[in-house]
Design a protein around this ligand. Structure first.
Ligand SMILES: [Zn+2]
Length: 275
């Protein structure tokens, strides 16, 4: 087991700057000059003893949304010829465990490099719909699912990542099982319902959502209503999350390691949770 550790996370851009100041050249004096109440509010202290990796191993075999460019690896240096090892990778931004930045479905939305770090270290709320997904692969997260979670664990925390656990992550080793397409090519896997997104956007304050499937929308969607509703609000989405069943439904903190690629629409993301 891991020894208990402590982390400190900044909570707002303003307070983050104050935190930075506290460690800058003007350090001691500036820190002491801050009113005590602001200094105390600048840091949320979280203790944790467990950590989980919610990231799939990605490579050329990982299931892609149909039509996506392939993941290729070209080794360009070797120990034999160069004395060191390295490769050039080519992949669609929306591959493996990854971020959908707002601009992916919103022309005026934030690029991935513009996401505030305060919105990338957030409380995780895991909505588990595994049972209904087992009976119906087209199952959706509904407002009732969210209310049921709240009856058990309390109101969704502000700035939460609302994550769908459907059991689908276990299928990621098989392109066929993960896409679950019928004979006409229509895919069947769970996702968020649009009414759940409407509820989260109007009744709660969330940072983003995530799923353990290929898309925020259910596999049979033709309108991508969840993408087109959520992302224009400058909230983010995470797709192909792994091991969601391994973290508590409430109380974990999610670290969203989205890439800082200029003008990126998302990208490979190292996703971890601590609690
Ligand atoms: Zn995506």
């Amino acid at each position: 087991m891991c020894p208990p550790r402590t982390l400190e996370s900044m909570q707002s851009p303003d307070l983050s700057r104050r935190g930075f100041l506290a460690f800058g050249l003007a350090a001691a004096a500036a820190a002491l000059a801050l009113p005590a109440n602001i200094h105390a509010a600048a840091v949320r202290r979280t203790t944790f003893s467990q950590v989980a990796d919610l990231t799939h191993v990605v490579g050329p075999g990982f299931p892609l949304f149909p039509g996506a460019a392939p993941f290729t690896v070209t080794q360009v240096v070797s120990f034999e010829e160069n004395g060191y090892y390295g490769s050039v990778l080519s992949y669609w931004e929306h591959t493996g465990t990854h971020m959908d930045a707002p601009v992916h479905f919103a022309p005026d939305g934030l690029f991935v490099d513009q996401l505030a770090v305060e919105n990338l270290v957030v409380p995780a709320a895991v909505i588990n719909i595994t049972e209904k997904a087992r009976q119906n692969p087209d199952a959706e997260v509904t407002p009732d699912d969210i209310r049921a979670w709240e009856r058990r664990y309390g109101r969704l925390p502000d700035n939460a990542a609302v994550l769908m656990a459907s059991g689908w992550g276990a299928r990621a080793g098989s392109v066929e099982a993960y896409r679950n397409a019928d004979s006409s090519g229509t895919m069947h896997f769970p996702g968020f319902g649009k009414d759940a997104i409407d509820f989260l956007l109007t009744e709660r304050r969330i940072a983003g959502i995530g799923v353990d499937t290929l898309s925020l929308d259910p596999g049979n969607s033709t309108t991508f209503a969840v993408h087109y509703t959520l992302l224009p609000t400058n909230r983010w989405g995470l797709e192909n999350i792994a091991n969601l069943e391994s973290i508590p439904p409430s109380g974990a903190t999610l670290f969203v390691g989205a890439p800082r690629v200029a003008a990126g629409s998302g990208g490979l993301t190292r996703l971890m949770a601590v609690w």
